[in-house]
Design a protein around this ligand. Structure first.
Ligand SMILES: [Fe+2]
Ligand SMILES: [Fe+2]
Length: 229
């Protein structure tokens, strides 16, 4: 039996199944721990692209690769390309809410401080136009949230902090390449980023999830997303 994560049931009108499932437990019917046969099995020492291929939702997979490819074709520095490739990584298989912060945290031990910083702040910068840098407020946000939506104070504060920071443009460029990366009929081969990843993302030899880093548990949660505990 697989209990949905508490956060995905909260407030969504979905009943919390925990109690009902505990009542259905028997020697023949236990809770999921370890490899769920409904999911592709991950290698023992998983690398970044294994998560792309075996765990990420189709939309995130395509979006990250398209935005990295667009940055690459625009002649951007590798730090921008890797930041684009990773910017929404938490949406792939972990968490949408506060995705800039979750994404930055997931990759922080493996990328430069500047790349993690840029990923963290892109979430806030997406709400604020910078036309000189080539970024308008997204039409999609008017559709997602309605034309009257105002971001909360902590997002406005993050935007002010980012504007004043020497790494502002690194984060801003994520939002620029973000815009062009929602095309359904454009597939990008992840292998073409193997070299950029090799130079800009320190893959732990034990595999992501098993290196004892402060975020290893977040990668393990994606490997075994249905574990009861
Ligand atoms: Fe994002
Ligand atoms: Fe994005």
């Amino acid at each position: 039996m697989i209990v949905p994560q508490p956060i995905s049931a909260l407030g969504a009108g979905v009943p919390n199944m925990e109690k009902a499932m505990l009542q259905r437990m028997s020697p023949e019917r236990v809770f999921m721990m370890g490899d769920n046969p409904a999911l592709p099995r991950m290698p023992k020492a998983p690398k970044l692209l294994d998560f792309f291929r075996l765990r990420f939702s189709e939309i995130t997979f395509r979006h990250l690769l398209q935005s990295a490819k667009t940055a690459l074709e625009a002649g951007q520095d590798e730090k921008i390309v890797i930041a684009c490739l990773l910017h929404d990584i938490s949406n792939g298989a972990l968490m949408r809410t506060e995705h800039g912060y979750w994404s930055a945290q997931l990759v922080a031990p493996y990328v430069s401080e500047e790349v993690a910083w840029a990923i963290r702040y892109h979430q806030a910068l997406r709400y604020f136009a910078d036309e000189a840098a080539g970024f308008k407020y997204p039409d999609s946000y008017n559709q997602f949230f309605g034309p009257d939506y105002q971001p909360p104070e902590y997002i406005q504060q993050a935007h002010r902090e980012a504007r004043a920071h020497r790494w502002y443009m690194t984060s801003r460029l994520i939002t620029v390449y973000d815009m062009y990366a929602f095309q359904e009929n454009w597939s990008v081969d992840p292998e073409q980023f193997a070299d950029v990843i090799g130079r800009n993302f320190k893959q732990p030899k034990e595999g992501l999830g098993f290196d004892g880093s402060p975020v290893a548990h977040m990668w393990r949660t994606m490997i075994w997303p249905n574990n009861f505990l």
